[in-house]
Design a protein around this ligand. Structure first.
Ligand code: AKG
Ligand code: FE2
Length: 359
């Protein structure tokens, strides 16, 4: 039986060994029945979520995708992406059972023994495209985040079938494939909204040439108010499609200094947010938005984001068609893999990665 103790680790290296090297993750810590949060996870005050900074009288838009031919619907998608940068979609084309299956598969993966999950860790994974990990960038963080994840970068189906964990590969592939239809619809509407009516093959690759799916697991946490699930950050994607379970805990804010708004779980919905790559491509017309996840003191939570990205080898910059009429580009061209490397070099601390390419 797992021991029930307050400080079971003599020092930091014993904790890191248990969580990271042995692959037990924060899930393993949580299941020990800790009475207090280990100090490595105690976030500085400015990184913690203060519930007095939460706005309750506002909510992010919910868009019904069942009638995409209706001008009002497409208008509300563009307005939501430029005004709110975050919205939820319902009645989309991803079947509910596909969403349920990928949630079940997420639980199945995290329930695997530590030594099996650890085969996918940075040290042991047979491919860079597959990574089981904890926190975000542990070596760059002042304090660790209360989260485990499996990150699956899709290159081609044969690789996924050969290498991805068998408990989740089919469900993740199905979720990605079915979501692709919705992603194309959304990007088409968003580009139309900027008077770009034709997305040729080159543009399609820049908008959605690669995809990464993460399975996130946020275990129940002692002293959730002292730590974070995911710290404040902006995604580096063009769009992120996120499936969350019924627990809640994702918060977003439009501008620095604003209060945070909760993104309530809605059964069958997908949460959509604009990321930095679309902000760059649209020359700031659509904006990536800051968000964070709080830790939960009584329940485990899962989420499954798909990050829709340019390919790592792509140079990205504002589409020339979107900066006609003498408008100046706000961002310099950047190799997408360099942009992503820059993002992962620093901790989740709310600093905008996009500042890296501002002109
Ligand atoms: O778990 C969530 O709701 C959000 C996760 C997230 O923001 C991320 O993985 O980038
Ligand atoms: Fe995110």
């Amino acid at each position: 039986m797992a021991p029930t103790v307050a400080e079971p680790f003599s020092d930091s290296s014993a904790l890191i060994d248990f969580v990271i090297n042995q692959g037990n993750g924060v899930k393993g810590l949580s299941e020990m029945g800790l009475k207090a949060l280990p100090k490595q996870y105690i976030q500085p005050l400015e990184e913690r979520m203060c519930m007095t900074n939460v706005q309750t009288h506002d909510s992010i838009p919910i868009i019904d995708m069942s009638n995409l031919d209706n001008l009002e619907v497409t208008k509300s998608i563009c307005e939501s992406a430029s005004k709110w940068d975050f919205f939820q979609i319902v009645n989309h084309d991803v079947p509910v059972e596909v969403l349920e299956n990928v949630k079940d598969a997420t639980y199945k993966f995290f329930r695997l023994p530590a030594e099996v999950k650890n085969k996918y860790s940075k040290e042991h994974s047979s491919s860079n495209n597959m990574r089981f990990g904890m926190s975000f960038t542990p070596q760059a963080e002042k304090a660790l985040e209360w989260k485990d994840y499996l990150s699956l970068f899709f290159v081609f189906e044969e690789e996924a079938f050969a290498l991805w964990p068998s408990v989740c590969r089919e469900q993740v592939l199905d979720y990605m494939k079915k979501s692709e239809v919705v992603i194309k619809q959304l990007l088409k509407v968003l580009m139309n909204g900027l008077n770009l009516h034709e997305i040729d093959e080159t543009k399609e690759l820049l908008l959605m040439g690669s995809m990464r799916t993460n399975l996130n697991y946020y275990p129940k946490c002692p002293n959730p108010e002292l730590t974070v699930g995911v710290g404040q950050h902006f995604d580096v994607s063009t769009l992120t499609i996120l499936l969350q379970d019924e627990i809640g805990g994702l918060f977003v804010r439009r501008n620095e200094g604003d209060n945070w708004i909760h993104v309530p779980p809605i059964k069958g919905s997908l949460v959509i947010n604009v990321g930095d790559a679309l902000q760059i491509i649209s020359n700031g017309k659509y904006r990536s938005v800051e968000h964070r996840v709080v830790a939960n003191g009584s329940k485990n939570r899962i989420s499954v984001p798909i990050f829709v990205n340019p390919r790592p080898i792509d140079m990205i910059g504002s589409f020339p068609e979107l900066i006609e009429n003498g408008e100046k580009p706000i961002y310099k061209q950047v190799l997408y893999s360099d942009y992503v490397k820059h993002f992962f070099r620093k901790a989740h601390d709310g600093k905008k990665t996009v500042a890296f390419v501002e002109l």
